[in-house]
Unconditional design. Structure first.
Length: 261
């Protein structure tokens, strides 16, 4: 009888321990945020020496450090990243522009930066500073990029000659040497490449085609609560200057505020 009672006690202890461990694991998983991205999205999110780096990566790290969450990265190609978000394998995606179509499927946090198109010109070119200045001129675009479409949608008239290139390296060489008047691309990306990689171009002051970038989440009550927490952290970062500081480290200017403000 005593052996039976001891066995019952052991079973009870094991059950209680298992419940405690399960609860601890659940609590731990509640404070892990899974973010999907590509491994080569410089300067937003990219992998280098086994470490995830970039402007967006730094913003997320600061946000979730403030909220007490650990980030778990899932790096794959863009198709795989989108599929992971749709199937719930990740909680959110990095560097995801807000569009009306996407808003039908996902709820977004407040934007943390504003993506813009811009023009890159030779460093000694003082004649081109705006879209108006490239009217009647030749502007390079990487084949498959949508920045050429953005430029054509923004220009007045139809006087800009868009020239598609297969690679960005040749564009940089042609623009820097004066064989091409300008280069249309993501303004933030080009700013970071000039600052970090010494590309011999300058970025004109005028930005265009502004798009909001935020974190998307599936439409659930739990995610809506998390979105509120993230928005609170982003607001704190705006007020204490952390958001603009991260931006200036990567781009040399503040891309976290709208050009319209």
């Amino acid at each position: 009888m005593k052996k039976f009672n001891v066995l019952l006690v052991l079973i009870f202890v094991l059950v209680i321990s298992g419940c405690g461990e399960s609860s601890a694991n659940e609590a731990e998983s509640d404070h892990v945020i899974k973010i999907g991205s590509t491994p080569d999205g410089y300067p937003q999110v990219y992998s280098e020496d086994g470490e995830v780096k970039g402007f967006s990566a730094d913003v997320y790290q600061e946000v979730f450090d403030r909220l007490g969450y650990e980030i778990e990265w899932s790096l794959t190609d863009w198709t795989g990243a989108l599929a992971s978000l749709e199937t719930g394998k990740v909680d959110t995606l990095a560097n995801f522009a807000v569009t009306p179509e996407r808003q039908e499927k996902y709820n977004y946090t407040d934007p943390y930066y504003y993506s813009r198109a811009g023009l890159g010109v030779a460093q000694d070119n003082e004649d081109i500073n705006s879209l108006e200045d490239v009217q009647g001129k030749r502007v390079a675009n990487v084949t498959g990029s949508n920045y050429g479409d953005v430029l054509k949608a923004e220009e007045e008239g139809d006087e800009i000659e868009l020239v598609n290139y297969d690679t960005m390296d040749v564009i940089i060489s042609d623009v820097a040497s004066g064989n091409m008047d300008a280069f249309v691309t993501g303004r933030e990306t080009l700013l970071a490449q000039i600052q970090d990689k010494g590309i011999p171009l300058r970025v004109t002051e005028e930005a265009f085609g502004e798009k909001l970038v935020a974190l998307p989440f599936a439409k659930t009550e739990k995610n809506d609560q998390l979105i509120e927490e993230i928005n609170g952290a982003l607001q704190e970062m705006r007020e204490d200057g952390a958001l603009s500081e991260i931006s200036n480290e990567w781009f040399g200017e503040d891309v976290t505020v709208s050009a319209e403000e």
